[in-house]
Write a protein of this length. Structure first.
Length: 83
């Protein structure tokens, strides 16, 4: 005996309208609150002048210089205050 492939369940009638309204409300809430990625980008305020990668704080910038640019000297923290 051959097994039939499962077909996606289609929502009909009132349940479809309720699902659409619920999804619209969810999408509106997402647009209103923003994204996690957008919030994370606001925190990234240290930009490496050599490779243009961003860091959250000066300690990470020092670690970045030690691993990615070992021959270069780490700039002073005050030089990043304007960025």
């Amino acid at each position: 005996r051959r097994l039939a492939a499962r077909r996606p369940y289609m929502v009909r009638g009132h349940a479809k309208e309720v699902a659409q309204q619920k999804n619209a409300a969810k999408q509106a809430a997402l647009k209103k609150s923003g994204t996690q990625k957008g919030a994370a980008e606001k925190k990234l305020n240290f930009l490496c002048p050599l490779c243009k990668s961003t860091m959250v704080n000066y300690i990470q910038m020092k670690q970045h210089y030690d691993s990615k640019h070992p021959k270069e000297r780490v700039p002073e923290e005050s030089s990043f205050a304007a960025s």
